[in-house]
Design a binder for this molecule. Structure first.
Ligand SMILES: [Zn+2]
Length: 98
């Protein structure tokens, strides 16, 4: 797992979850921003949006209704956040974590 370049605290899932901008994640230890390679961050965000739209269309065309749609999107969002966190923490996505 990778650590903050400023205070050496390990990146936590919570840090990634509460980040508004996927390319700039505030460290939970020192509150300085951890910069993520912009191309990787926005490619990931773009894929997340496309997958969300695909899920919405699939749920809608299957006639499953709004509660299922909302549950699917929330679940998908969480899964994507976990995936993004793991990629960052393992260095699959380039950032200034050390
Ligand atoms: Zn830090």
């Amino acid at each position: 797992m990778k650590n903050c370049p400023h205070c050496a605290k390990q990146l936590s899932f919570w840090d990634v979850l509460r980040a508004v901008n996927p390319a700039s994640i505030p460290c939970g230890g020192c509150h300085k921003n951890i910069t993520v390679n912009k191309k990787s961050a926005f490619t990931t965000a773009g894929v997340a949006v496309l997958v969300s739209i695909a899920i919405c269309l699939a749920v809608q065309s299957a006639g499953l209704g709004m509660p299922i749609l909302v549950a699917s999107v929330v679940l998908l969002g969480l899964l994507l956040e976990v995936g993004y966190y793991l990629c960052l923490a393992r260095g699959v996505i380039k950032s200034d974590l050390q």
